[in-house]
Write a protein that binds this ligand. Structure first.
Ligand code: ZN
Length: 157
């Protein structure tokens, strides 16, 4: 199915997931289910409000190797990134899986490039995207709540 090297990377993340757990208290939390495969992924994160960055991020859930490895790869990639950088990575990952973007044009996706081969198996696309869509919901909810609301200056939003 996948290129051998990529397959190894995927299994490595599946067996030794990064950032598995739950952030509590979290600034954003979102759970997603993939009914096609039975995968579940919950993403929780805390924000460094002063720098609009993802301070801590974790995922929990269960399911196939693609869904869980993808969550491990995603959390590793976006930890410490700004909200805007993380949103851009979600967009690029989606483009990668739709074939609209080549792996060479998105080096910042790092290990997640290993999932590029999934695009040839449309039944597995939901598995690969699940954690990223949960992240996107979290980021959108952060954007909706003004990031600098605690720094004084009630006139600005
Ligand atoms: Zn799956």
């Amino acid at each position: 199915m996948l290129d051998e090297l990529y397959q190894e990377l995927l299994m490595e993340h599946f067996r030794n997931p990064r950032h598995r757990g739950s952030i509590d208290p979290a600034d954003a939390r979102y759970s997603m289910v993939n009914p096609l495969c039975g995968d579940t992924v919950e993403v929780s994160l805390s924000r460094d409000g002063a720098h609009a960055t993802i301070q801590k991020i974790a995922f929990s859930g269960h399911g196939c190797s693609i869904s869980q490895a993808s969550a491990s790869m995603m959390t590793s990639l976006v930890s410490g990134k700004t909200i805007e950088e993380a949103k851009a990575m979600v967009a690029k990952f989606r483009e990668l899986l739709s074939g609209a973007r080549t792996p060479e044009s998105a080096p910042e996706l790092g290990d997640a490039l290993a999932l590029e081969g999934v695009r040839k198996f449309s039944a597995r696309l939901r598995c690969a995207l699940l954690a990223w869509e949960a992240l996107e919901r979290c980021l959108n909810s952060l954007s909706a709540s003004a990031p600098n609301s605690s720094s004084g200056d009630p006139g600005a939003s």
